[in-house]
Design a protein around this ligand. Structure first.
Ligand SMILES: [Zn+2]
Length: 199
């Protein structure tokens, strides 16, 4: 890639990590050194790697905060790849700007919106700084009379015991079954979400 900062942003199940893995393998095939980081909070997969839903994987360094990326940085690194960047603290903005100043390319993948369809953590500022952005979408799997909707899904639906989660539901719910699904804007439901304020 010729651009210096590239973002991959979308909903869950859009294939963001798979796109990130493709960029990593392209750079490595070209003989460039790539370092991959992820927030330690992301425990879905093995601790020392990132994996896509379709089976690809690459080793990754879990970090507890954004500044650890600088601590772990090797002098010959050509590109830094960061997965699940929406979970990072606000310091990630300066860390990314520092890497760019050092002439290191940066590519990241993250959720642009949380389950409430509100901007996720540092994503708005990161996306504003990007030279290029990929916006992969998933497929809406809302069931309509036995068939799935099938429209492009840009949002992540949170379900608790099979029903749309309320705007104010706590992130951790003891004893409830919880899952996330991809939804188009029409089928994304957030009961209790405040309406936009116009005056
Ligand atoms: Zn839909």
């Amino acid at each position: 890639m010729t651009e210096k900062l590239k973002g991959i942003a979308g909903s869950m199940f859009a294939g963001k990590t798979e796109m990130l893995l493709k960029e990593i393998s392209r750079a490595e095939y070209a003989g460039k050194k790539v370092q991959v980081f992820k927030p330690a909070i992301d425990t879905r997969w093995e601790a020392g790697s990132i994996s896509s839903h379709s089976g690809g994987s690459h080793e990754a360094t879990p970090v507890n905060n954004s500044y650890e990326i600088i601590e772990y940085l090797n002098p010959d690194t050509y590109m830094v790849a960061i997965d699940e960047i929406q979970f990072f603290d606000a310091g990630i903005i300066d860390v990314v700007r520092f890497l760019l100043e050092e002439d290191i390319r940066v590519i990241f993948a993250g959720l642009s919106l949380d389950f409430r369809a509100e901007p996720f953590g540092p994503m708005p500022e990161l996306l504003a700084l990007c030279d290029d952005i990929d916006r992969p979408t998933a497929i809406c799997n809302q069931n309509i009379d036995g068939q799935i909707c099938g429209e492009e899904a840009t949002r992540t639906q949170r379900l608790i015991n099979g029903r749309p989660a309320n705007y104010d539901d706590p992130i951790v719910l003891i004893g409830a079954s919880q899952e996330y699904q991809a939804r188009c804007p029409n089928h994304h439901k957030v009961p209790g979400k405040p309406q936009p304020k116009i005056k």
